[in-house]
Design a protein around this ligand. Structure first.
Ligand SMILES: [Zn+2]
Length: 644
């Protein structure tokens, strides 16, 4: 009886541990799901035509006053826009607002104007143009029932507890479906104040710092203030009967608040996740630089969309599992603080968020899932031999916004850059890129990042980016170790690569090769610059492992050693050979036939011998296997054909 109870308890414990681990482990389908959700949004972004007139004015402050009730699908509000005219005197300006929302009034101090609301745009014509660098305040009052398109930019439904919930998810261009705004990827609002009135009993989650929450006459008025530039699609509210939990990441002089708004029934579970959140935040601060909104907060608000959305300082989350928390938090640095300047460089958001999640697996949870995470990425990347990380073409949705390229291969490009440049230069470049005042809180292009990498490592990365970013595919390697008896028993390691896509004929890389001797190993870093290439080893190894730590994107690479055959080998020389290869048979042996195979084992020639010599002048340079049949034995050997 005791034993049974003990077993049941043990099972329960294992089950609990297993569940706890599951919510932290990398999910092999996670990136696919993420990419599918985010990719749809990116596609819309890529196809969106921004208003031409948007370049004529800068939006420097927005104050919103919204009234909502999660039980009723409707919104009313008034929005203040503080604008500044740019290059030309501003005679008119445009904003976006879906036609089905009704404008109650537009007001502006000290200026006469007319306005129209057509084609989902508000156009305001000023009687007296606003002079360059002069500011103006425009107030727009509106109301209506937001339409529901895409992800549901304005969603009302119920939580699993049966409570009404309302959330917004504007990415990429759904904001105009619920508020008048400047939907821009080139102008962030410099700061924003968000005021929301809702019925008592609800709590409002939003961007920035919670300034006040006042209950009066059955209504709650909540004020959030965000003092950093923010792209329109990252402005969001979520309203339900949230339970709240907060923890603080202690820092030298200060602390960063992590604020969780979750369904009451999820609160206990959420509390078990806060240790991971603090660890992730601390790690990203250390690896990249201080969380860019540290004096406000970072938060999570639970919502019903099965995924996550990196709303600035308040990610909306389906759950709080490790991988999703890491991905959305990483976006605060790359995506929110530094936003990609062109959708072609989508990897600057997604490859980075994915790699930062990988770094969390490397450095946290005792590194238990790091290898699994790397294997997941490599196997996803190499499911197809084609496709570049750089987005060439908007029309091929499935390949462009793919989890394989923008997320996994983008992440692995960073991992390979780290291997090529070394940890010190790589992380220095990452920090410098993030802290570049020209980019921080603004926008970046791929070249901005490359410039920081090249400066930190004092090297050119043109070839790396041509091959790995603009080019497609990956290399497969054959490493062949053998003893060269024609040259005093020299230990040689010959390396050959084939590429999976014709856009790149050779990937110049440093190869991690681990050689073992008497139970000891050392990691060699072989600079592979030409095909084939022979490296001399100090001594004869017991075994060789290629890329044991998974630094490179490669598939089907093999290492071979022919030590076991050496005693019986025939002498072949010269090796490498340029044209004439001599085969020296043993006494009393006569060569009957010779077959030559390439490095992948495919038969390519059955040449004729002339005085025990082969004419190989027509053979393409490379690494070859040769089978030599004599009247007594069959020998399997190899040689390298060198170019002239
Ligand atoms: Zn993402």
């Amino acid at each position: 009886m005791k034993r049974t109870i003990y077993l049941i308890l043990a099972c329960l414990f294992i089950l609990r541990v297993a569940q706890a681990q599951d919510s932290q482990a990398p999910d092999s389908a996670f990136i696919e799901k993420m990419a599918q959700q985010e990719g749809q949004a990116w596609l819309k972004k890529a196809q969106f035509q921004e208003n031409v007139g948007y370049q004529d004015y800068d939006l420097h402050f927005v104050r919103t006053n919204w009234t909502v009730d999660p039980a009723i699908r409707a919104i009313s509000g008034d929005i203040q826009f503080h604008i500044k005219a740019l290059s030309t005197p501003l005679s008119s300006m445009e904003l976006d607002l879906q036609n089905n929302l009704v404008i109650d009034s537009i007001r502006m101090q000290a200026s006469s104007f007319t306005w129209t609301h057509e084609d989902n745009k508000i156009k305001i014509n000023f009687e007296n143009p606003i002079a360059v660098n002069e500011s103006a305040i425009i107030k727009i009052a509106y109301h209506g029932v937001p339409s529901s398109t895409g992800f549901g930019s304005f969603k009302t439904t119920q939580t699993p507890d049966g409570t009404p919930i309302l959330w917004t998810l504007s990415e990429p261009y759904g904001a105009k479906e619920w508020w008048p705004c400047k939907q821009s990827l080139v102008d962030k609002v410099d700061s924003i104040e968000i005021n929301v009135i809702c019925p008592e009993g609800y709590r409002v989650a939003s961007n920035g710092k919670l300034i006040s929450r006042v209950t009066e006459n059955g209504k709650v008025q909540t004020k959030w203030k965000h003092n950093y530039p923010i792209a329109t699609y990252l402005v969001a509210i979520a309203v339900t009967d949230y339970a709240t939990d907060e923890v603080y990441l202690k820092q030298e002089n200060d602390s960063i608040q992590i604020l969780n708004y979750v369904y009451p029934s999820y609160l206990e579970k959420a509390k078990t996740k806060t240790a991971d959140m603090l660890n992730i935040m601390e790690l990203l601060n250390e690896l990249i630089g201080q969380y860019p909104f540290a004096d406000e907060k970072y938060g999570h608000a639970q919502f019903g969309w099965a995924g996550g959305m990196e709303h600035q300082t308040m990610s909306f989350m389906y759950h709080l599992d490790f991988e999703l928390v890491a991905h959305e938090m990483a976006h605060q640095w790359f995506g929110d603080c530094i936003t990609l300047g062109s959708w072609q460089d989508i990897w600057l958001n997604e490859g980075f968020a994915t790699y930062l999640t990988g770094l969390c697996y490397e450095n946290l949870l005792n590194g238990a899932y790091w290898e699994l995470w790397k294997k997941n990425q490599i196997s996803r990347i190499t499911t197809s031999p084609m496709g570049s990380v750089f987005v060439k073409d908007t029309t091929q949705i499935s390949t462009l916004f793919s989890s394989r390229l923008s997320y996994s291969k983008g992440a692995y490009l960073l991992h390979m850059l780290r291997w090529e440049l070394g940890d010190e230069a790589f992380f220095k470049a990452l920090k410098n890129y993030f802290n570049d005042p020209a980019l921080k809180y603004g926008f970046a292009r791929n070249q901005d990042f490359v410039t920081h990498l090249e400066a930190a490592a004092d090297t050119s990365l043109t070839e790396f980016f041509n091959d790995w970013y603009y080019g497609a595919g990956y290399p497969s390697y054959v490493l062949h170790h053998y003893t060269d008896y024609s040259d005093n028993g020299k230990q040689l390691l010959t390396v050959n690569q084939t590429t999976s896509d014709s856009s790149v004929d050779f990937f110049e890389m440093h190869l991690p090769v681990q050689v073992w001797k008497d139970g000891q190993s050392k990691l060699l870093r072989l600079h592979h610059t030409v095909n084939p290439q022979s490296f001399i080893l100090d001594e004869r190894p017991d075994s060789i492992d290629f890329d044991p730590d998974l630094w490179l994107i490669t598939k089907g690479s093999v290492t071979m050693s022919t030590n076991q055959l050496t005693a019986q080998m025939l002498k072949l020389y010269p090796n490498p050979v340029v044209d004439q290869l001599v085969i020296e048979p043993k006494p009393n042996e006569r060569i009957v036939s010779v077959r030559i195979s390439n490095s992948l084992g495919r038969l390519i020639a059955v040449p004729e011998l002339y005085h025990n010599q082969l004419d190989l002048s027509q053979l393409t340079p490379g690494h070859y296997f040769i089978q030599i049949k004599t009247n007594q034995n069959i020998y399997q050997q190899q040689f390298v054909k060198a170019s002239l």
